[in-house]
Design a protein around this ligand. Sequence first.
Ligand code: ADP
Ligand code: MG
Length: 889
Amino acid sequence: MIDFFWHTKTVEQAFEYFGSSREGLLPGQVDLQRQKFGSNTLPEKKPDAIWMIFLKQFQSPLIYILVGAGILILVIGEYTDALIIFLVLVFNAVVGAIQEGKARNTLASLKKLVETKAAILRGGLEEIITDAEVVAGDVLVLREGDKIPADARVIFAHKLIVNEASLTGESQPAYKTDGVLSGEKLATAEQKNMLFKGTSVLAGSGMAVVTSTGVHTVIGGISEMIAAMESEDPIKREVRVLSKIIIATVVAMSIVLFIAGLLAGKSATEMFATVVSLAVSVIPEGLPIVLTLVLAAGVWRMSKKNALVKKLQAVESLGQAGVIAVDKTGTITKNELTVTRVYVGGKTFLVEGSGYLPKGAILEDGKNSLPNEGVELLAELSAFCAGAHVAFSEEKKVWQVSGDPTEAALLVFAEKAGVVKTELEHEWPQVAEIPFSYQSKYHAVLHRAGKRGRFAVAGAAERVLELSSLLWHEKKNIRLSQAARGEMEEVISAMSASGLRVLGVATKNSSALSLEPNGIGNLTLVGFIGMKDVVRPEVKSALAAAKEAGIKIVMITGDHKMTARAIAEETGIYTPKSLVLEGAEIEDMTDAALAQTVGEVSVFARVTPEHKLRIIEAYKATGEIIAMTGDGVNDAPSLVAADLGVAMGKIGTEVAKEAADIILLDDNFGSIVLAVEEGRNIYKTIKKVILYLFSTGLGEVLTITGAIFLGFPLPVLASQIIWLNFVTDGFLDVSLATEPREEGLLFEPRLKKTAFVDSLMVKRMVFMALPMSIGSLWLFHYYMSGDIVKARTIALTVLAAFQWFNAWNCRSEKESIFKMNFWSNKFLLGATAIVIILQLLAVYQPIMQKFLHTTSLTFGEWLLVVAVSSSIVWVEELRKMRVRKIGLI
Ligand code: ADP
Ligand code: MG
């Protein structure tokens, strides 16, 4: 495509070229534009073909060792053993490829849920569409926190600041303008009138016309490079580290065993085959794939509960979260605001009606108050400040809001008072605006008709009071005396104490035709608006569950202390002994003092995103793992800083979603608690699988080592060891991974350990491996002096049977296997049946007998085998009983 250097062209030239206008494209044009200029999608990295996934299964240090072992065994002439090793490898790769393919599909379908959205104008109407649907010529409506969906030429910019670090690498925010620039060769970072796909709006607002989409964008040009940069996910890294430890242990163990065997008079070939087969069997080559499977399945289940996990390691922190700091607005409440009370001209009015339906009377002392000059002025100023739209959705049969719900409530209130924003705007078009920000806590607008200007400010009540020097009263502006100020403060407290979010509304008698932030002052306070927000019904039960789980919930809000406390009291977050800390108080505290205090705080009020960062650090300093919710652009740093950043899927800005580890698709706080439970479940399942794999491996090693040290012949031959490994790893570990969630995970003490293998686990491994090896050796010893083939068949079978029982042991770390639902893990049942049948074949089927050097067993011998191998159940049951009595040690 030819480069048009749009930064050197006027906006009109761009409109003309793309057949667009300030109203955007017409809906009918869209398809044609897409055909002409291409769609806004970047080529995705082609998913690997199934045979590639299959081959990739061999890319693991564990497998390299196995392949090496197979080749060595082939060289020394043990063809059967080598064949079995290679069969195991192929089988493992087939299972792995299938599982990975499945996991990949799940993760891919989850990705679809995080599609970014863009606001555009089509035919003069604002629409929200997915990024992929944007076409050249579309007019973008940009607000704080939006991601820029395509490259675009700025139409107008109001204090538009963009973060282009992802593209230019410059962390300096870029200020955007709408003028024409000269110089075709201008660097991307210098093109101040262009916006680029993949960057995001830090502050301000603006509009832009899309000039290139998809592969034609700047980032599209380098996207192939990006697609190639696949980052390794942390779980894989953890497995890699674990693999290295395993390999080192196995190699050391093999060398010791080999030498011990030689010293005990065994032949070098025999010892070599044994040691290599043992190494093969101890190496849990199935582990990486089982981990991926467990995680992908868990992440999938969480998504069903509307918690989308973006970073897999988040799952680990999830299970351990000790504090969850939650935003009030939108998370604890629905963020569906309705004005219920207003104060103007010394009087209080009640506003009737519910939701965003613009119908309801405005009452004074129970009687309709309209017409009333004060209410009407307040309504007009509210309408000026309301940047949101409210429209009836025919499809959903509800009144829906696009934009800030606080401003939508202002709009609805205005309509109830008979002021229609569109008519007002027609007469008084807006000429300037300072959008609401966390720092300033107000929203100011300037509207103009000819030479006359109208000025309106709405914002946090005390903030507006602070900025005012006059008070509107009975058509006059009177000086805001100290006494009047005190009175106003009382009005604010009274409204806030009943849980209302209170906004102050002010104006200025001035014909000022511009709007400067430092010029906002000496306002005329007109009145206050009290809005009710509805507490989400599920909050109370979720909160109770979190408390049981030992998780502390604290509320964070930019709202007034009284409003915050009223809502916190209603939900049970605030308890009389706890503290409510305000942003201003945080500012006066040192980090150390804050860390000492946070433990007792239940509500943080009037905080800014900067305070949030300090709050996170304070909790971290107390050693807690903290999860934090957020939705705005300014929340992004806190979402990153928290151990677990949680973004709101609906009200959250794209920037917040990008910074988060988890996205709550339904903005529901209850989902966090469910996700915590699921996180604990995933973590536990992984531990179960690891315990099973390692304890059985250790049991086999101890059996062979024991035999060598006791001067016995080898109890199991190389091919038999591989068979054991094949029987166990292939089926039982995967089926343990599907173990259903344990009941009451939330009520358990919080997990503190982060490593998958901790000292408790090592103790349990040894504890399980000992009966396994002692039992096998004892039984082998019993038959050893007779037919050695029979003795080995018995040893092989008892070791296999130990593993059947052990898989069932590993289902729970403290619950008796007789108390657990026998049928709840169908895969484990099936897998157990399969491995038993396979073992029967190994013992009775003539060809298998030849391969595995086995012979038939009698019924009595089977009884003996089962009796001995079931000992592991009794040992574990005793341990579990002890755990139930005195807890995990
Ligand atoms: P929250 O955490 O409750 O969302 P914010 O920092 O967004 O807190 O808001 C703080 C205060 O600013 C609110 O209590 C309200 O009085 C005022 N406010 C919030 N949004 C707007 C807006 N769009 N326009 C004017 N005032 C607002
Ligand atoms: Mg807010």
